[in-house]
Design a protein around this ligand. Structure first.
Ligand code: TYD
Length: 194
């Protein structure tokens, strides 16, 4: 491997991406690869601020939220993702710019605007090698979530899913199945990159 591999896991709240990300990380480590597992919103100050907003009662303008997600992403890319890729690691990232497009468009923001906005946080040299969309039915996804964050309701998640399905270059995996079956497909699509 000349440089690292950048894998993004996307999906609705409750789609099981954290479980799959952990399984993938453990499997890669066992196979002798140097992997990093990371997520957006991040754990830094901007990410923590976002989480506070998502679980709070006060509603923020969706554009304000988009700017926060994008600022968080820029820091994440520069400080964590890029250095890890430079060190030839396999980066497993839970959520990336697709989340902003799918979720904030579901909040009513124009998709083209969000795509352009994301481009400010991006480095054109660094593109995910694989974006997995763990597709679950919105009612199942909503029933699996319980943190009380603002986006965790079936109707909203239905809109988010439709937006995801409009994006190019996603590798869709049916997430409505038992964990082991989903993970078996995950390994298949990841193996191609190794
Ligand atoms: P996350 O912690 O991944 O939620 P979960 O683990 O419950 O799936 O993300 C928190 C929420 O933030 C989730 O509802 C999706 C939302 N989100 C956006 O709306 N836009 C974004 O750009 C990102 C990264 C997340």
């Amino acid at each position: 491997m000349e440089k690292g591999v950048f894998i993004v896991l996307e999906g609705l709240d409750g789609c099981g991406k954290s479980t799959q990300a952990k399984l993938l990380y453990e499997w890669l480590k066992k196979e002798g690869y140097n992997a990093l597992i990371t997520a957006e919103p991040t754990r830094n100050e901007i990410g923590r601020c976002i989480r506070k907003i998502l679980s709070g009662k006060k509603r923020y303008n969706p554009k304000t939220l988009s700017y926060l997600f994008i600022s968080d992403r820029h820091e994440h890319l520069e400080k964590e993702i890029k250095p890890a890729l430079d060190n030839k690691k396999i980066v497993i990232c839970e959520r990336y710019y697709h989340s902003t497009i799918a979720y904030q468009a579901a909040q009513g923001i124009d998709m083209e605007y969000l795509i352009e906005l994301n481009s400010f946080a991006m480095d054109p040299e660094i593109k995910p090698d694989l974006v997995i969309f763990l597709d679950v039915k919105p009612d199942i996804a909503a029933s699996r979530t319980s943190t009380g964050e603002i986006f965790e309701n079936e109707k909203f998640l239905r809109g988010v899913r439709e937006n995801y399905l409009r994006l190019d270059n996603l590798t869709r995996i049916d997430g409505n199945r038992p964990i082991e079956e989903v993970f078996s497909d995950m390994k298949k699509v990841v193996s191609v990159l190794l």
